[in-house]
Design a protein around this ligand. Structure first.
Ligand code: PEP
Ligand code: MG
Length: 954
């Protein structure tokens, strides 16, 4: 939305020519701190491409996409030239609305301005304005359009009469947030007004939050008191904003299309309401232009439309069903079409098919701009369809052609696909007996609780269980039930009420700026479907008996828990990215996985053979015999290496010249300790103790913690255990430990910073660890330490407890995760017993790349020379004081990184249990001098890519 202040407007400007005017505009942006002086070049370059003259005396200069890097903050400067300036295209300009935009915000400004252009006399009033306020008033009137879209339609209602339909339509408006309960009550007492052709109308003005029009249609043609009913419109009116909608209704009836709405899908209805008759030819096309339909491509499109022998109309599939003439530049711009949205062209008459096809071809060709195809997983998601919404069928995948996706978990697999399609739930929207619906809901909720409880038991100790525990909490959330019960009280069925509650909560979650929290919306919907399945009696799918590759839209944790994971060879998801649960789960399960492969993977038939390459991020359907053979050979080789490594898993890891490196395990739960020892772990190098806290609905007491930690010591049989004190906060909240909302949680109150604010929690944990250890070797480390002061504060607590418990074999260290701590390692090394380098966080903070960022994580390579330098400093400082250093981040299991880390002097590598044997095998492949040579070489490189390249060729 264009928000102008008086400072943004300069009246009475003069210029000899358009260049002079543009220079003044550029200077104004620079003086306002919106842009660097170089942005002026961008403005000129943009005019060289085509004129930014919009019409009615207004031009909207803005920079080329290339020059956006010179924009400091998005903003606008408005310069008035009362005498006018002749623009380079011959137009006479009185107002320059000069835009500094970092991304596509200028589209919103354009959209707003094009509506201004529609007003009579606006050019003159802008040229003559004598105060900034007049200009602001003329430009800033926010257009309010009444809402009518797929979400305001509720089709196929099992209603008995017009009144029930009217109520359903009003309830829909309430559900989408356009009206309040008062509006629904007003409509409930109203007699629907006949519009003709079986259509009826109810309306209200009280309780309207945003103007909108809903339509409810019956599941079959109704006859009510002898009158035909094919649909009831419900209008939430505000001012005259709905007038255009009523005109569209008139148009529909005038064309005689009113009684043809029944049975049409939502898109068909929106098309009729947009003024497209049943006889019109329509064609749709995805807009691929990087910056949407901005002035230049819009102009090209209008040009093509003008060349056609028939009038062409254009609307946005995702928009408010408002169709505009494709020959009007201001109307086309006014749609504000963005990349990824779908344009729908329509024309009527002889040759209409050719006309709309010509426009589709022009759009596909980029309208004078180079275009790149969409990467579905990374582009903004389309509005989520309701559970039973029909889908547009994507093109099937060709055989033996690699499809690129996001690498989610390493590994190579070949097996038949098992495609899990979204479940379809069919249920009535409304039910007359609220008490019965409430009881049905409660039965389903308790059934879901039982299912989830049993699944948590089955998966106890791993990541799946943690996520399922969150699901259990969601099912038990009284707010969700209350919200569903409220909807039931208003006449909704248990299913509709429950799904509404889930959908509203999920949408709220999705709107959060914190990506990790926003991703929890998927969990909410997962829980929602579980309960819906119980209500509708929909069976959850049964997987095949043979090994398979699971293909799904996205994989919720409960889906995985239901599957026999020993049979899943690979995972392919249409949606999701590196941080999605499917990726986390795949890594936890150690199976090859790719994410974000796009909707086309859902066209695969179950049973189609698939290759999944989790390292390169590729899926290959129906591979050729040669490709299949090659892949099988690679799998066999990998397997042979794994077997050989496994055979020597209990031996120490020594380089060829006898230098010993300890290989320990990273654990997220003590339940896995025995398994890790069996896989060759020489100790636990990192126990992420937060699992004990996260697995309980309230803070675990001393006895609970002692019992947990004792399990690990017992299973270790005298091997050392390195426990990290509680590392929550920021992106890992604890439900019973309220924390302030932070803009930047990774830079906020987390790790030791947080635990130091609650010393009693830290003390209990230290006491539990020391007590559980007794005489067994225990190493304790603090996470997220930034300097000696934090270590000392933690140590003071430790000393107090240890003075009482007197555990026999304890060391106290810090994790090196914050660059300052690595730089200050010499000061810390004097006082700590050891360092353990958390390369995951250390890389995040060194490279300033969020460790879970879906686009940047590929660049977030811990083999970056910047990170390696910090590791070098840490090891040098530690060894100078006789301390040992471990690496417990993911880098420790990277085959390329292992010789570098050993060469830098790292004494211990702590890795996920399934990598232990492989890491040991890798260490046996080189000598210490060779490792030192590689480390020195790596340190000299300028980038992570150069490090990897030099290691590959050295
Ligand atoms: C790390 O940051 O490298 C680390 C091991 O800790 P976590 O991944 O648990 O943050
Ligand atoms: Mg960390």
């Amino acid at each position: 939305m264009l928000m102008l202040t008086r400072e943004d407007v300069r009246l009475g400007c003069q210029a000899v020519d358009w260049r002079g005017a543009l220079e003044q505009a550029a200077r104004a942006l620079v003086e306002a701190g919106r842009a660097a002086p170089e942005y002026g070049e961008g403005l000129l370059a943009r005019e060289a491409q085509s004129s930014t003259y919009l019409g009615k005396g207004i031009a909207i200069p803005h920079g080329t996409p290339d020059s956006r890097r010179f924009v400091r903050s998005t903003g606008v400067r408005v310069l008035q030239f009362p005498q006018g300036v002749t623009w380079h295209d011959g137009a006479r300009v009185h107002l320059l609305v000069t835009i500094a935009a970092q991304s596509d915000e200028h589209l919103d400004i354009l959209r707003q301005l094009t509506r201004v252009l529609d007003r009579e006399g606006v050019a003159e009033s802008l040229a003559r304005a004598t105060s900034p306020d007049e200009v602001i008033a003329a430009l800033s009137r926010a257009p309010v359009a009444a809402r009518l879209d797929a979400e305001t339609l509720c089709l196929g209602q099992p209603a008995k009469d017009r009144w029930e339909l009217a109520l359903a339509a009003a309830a829909r408006l309430r559900h989408v947030g356009c009206v309040d309960a008062g509006f629904v009550a007003t409509v409930a007492g109203q007699r629907p007004v006949p519009l003709g052709q079986g259509l009826w109308l109810v309306y209200g003005t009280t309780g309207v939050l945003a103007p909108a029009l809903a339509l409810a249609t019956p599941d079959k043609r109704l006859s009510d008191e002898g009158a035909d009913v094919t649909g009831v419109f419900c209008l939430a009116a505000q001012g005259d904003t709905h007038r255009a909608l009523l005109e569209r209704l008139d148009g529909l009836i005038a064309r005689g299309d009113g009684d043809k709405l029944l049975g049409l899908p939502a898109e068909g209805i929106l098309s009729r309401l947009a003024g497209e008759s049943a006889k019109a030819e329509t064609a749709r096309v995805r807009l691929l232009n990087a910056h949407g339909l901005h002035a230049r491509p819009a102009r090209a499109l209008v040009q093509v439309a003008r060349e056609q022998p028939l009038p062409v109309r254009l609307r946005l599939l995702e928009g408010s069903a408002e169709a505009v003439s494709a020959t009007s530049l201001s109307k086309v711009l006014g749609l504000g079409a963005r990349r990824g949205q779908t344009l729908v062209f329509s024309a009527e008459g002889e040759g209409a098919a050719g006309v709309v096809a010509a426009l589709v071809t022009a759009v596909r060709g980029g309208l004078g701009e180079p275009v790149t195809p969409l990467e579905e997983a990374r582009e903004e998601a389309a509005p989520r369809p309701p559970p039973v919404a029909p889908r547009e069928a994507p093109a099937p995948l060709p055989a033996d052609e690699p499809l690129t996706a996001v690498p989610a978990a390493p590994g190579l697999a070949i097996a038949p696909a098992y495609v899990v399609r979204p479940l379809e739930f069919r249920y009535p929207e409304r039910a007359p007996d609220a008490a019965r619906e409430r009881s049905r809901l409660d039965t389903a909720l308790s059934g879901a609780r039982k299912q989830l409880g049993a699944m948590v038991q089955r998966t106890v100790g791993n990541e799946v269980a943690q996520i399922l525990s969150v699901h259990l909490e969601m099912v038990e959330d009284p707010a969700l039930r209350d919200s569903a019960v409220e909807a039931i009280g208003e006449g909704a069925s248990a299913e509709a009420g429950w799904w509404r509650a889930i959908d509203t909560a999920a949408r709220t979650q999705e709107s959060l700026s914190d990506r990790l929290l926003a991703e929890r919306a998927a969990d909410l919907r997962d829980v929602g479907r579980r309960v819906l399945g119980l209500l509708c009696g929909v069976e959850l799918p049964t997987p095949p008996e043979h090994p398979y590759i699971l293909v799904a839209e996205d994989v919720g944790p409960s889906d995985v828990a239901r599957l026999d994971t020993s049979k899943v060879r690979g995972l392919v998801t249409a949606r999701g990215g590196a941080t999605s649960h499917s990726a986390i789960l795949a890594r936890a399960l150690g199976i090859a996985s790719v994410a974000g492969a796009g909707e086309r993977v859902m066209t695969l038939a179950s049973g189609t053979e698939l290759i999944v390459d989790g390292e390169l991020g590729r899926v290959i359907p129906a591979p050729s015999a040669q490709r299949r053979e090659r892949t099988e050979r690679r799998i066999t080789e990998q397997e042979a290496r794994r077997q050989a490594a496994h055979g020597r898993r209990h031996e120490e890891a020594r380089t060829q010249d006898g230098h010993r490196v300890e290989v320990a395990v990273n654990l997220g739960s003590t339940a896995h300790t025995a398994d890790a020892v069996e896989r060759g772990a020489e100790g636990v190098g990192l126990l992420r103790t937060e699992f004990v806290f996260m697995a309980h609905p309230q803070e675990p007491d001393l006895a609970t913690q002692i019992a947990e930690y004792s399990k690990a010591f017992d299973a270790l049989g005298g091997r050392p255990l390195v426990a990290r004190t509680l590392d929550v906060g920021g992106d890992k909240p604890l439900s019973y430990w309220p924390m302030p909302q932070e803009d930047n949680p990774f830079l906020g109150l987390r790790g030791i910073r947080l635990t130091l604010t609650r010393p009693e929690v830290m003390e209990t944990q230290l006491r539990a660890l020391l007590t559980a250890a007794g005489t067994r070797p225990l190493r304790i480390m603090f996470p997220m330490v930034k300097d000696i002061e934090e270590f000392r504060a933690g140590k003071a607590l430790f000393d107090r407890v240890q003075a009482q418990v007197k555990a026999a074999d304890v060391q106290l260290g810090v994790m090196i995760e914050v660059p300052s701590c690595a730089l200050l390692a010499p000061t810390l090394a004097r006082e700590v017993d050891f360092f353990s380098i958390g390369t995951n966080d250390l890389t995040q903070y060194t490279l300033a790349i969020d460790r879970g960022h879906p686009e940047l994580s590929a660049q977030s390579d811990a083999l970056h020379p910047g990170v390696l330098q910090l590791i070098r400093l840490t090891v040098e400082a530690a060894h100078a004081h006789g301390r040992w250093v471990g690496v417990c981040g993911e880098l420790g299991s990277d085959p390329q990184a292992i010789p570098v880390l050993v060469g830098l002097g790292v004494d211990e590598l702590s890795v996920s249990s399934r990598y232990i044997a492989l890491v040991k095998a890798r260490i046996r492949e080189f000598t210490l001098p060779r490792a030192r040579e590689l480390a020195a070489l790596a340190l000299q490189q300028p980038t992570a890519a150069a490090v990897r390249e030099v290691l590959e060729t050295a």
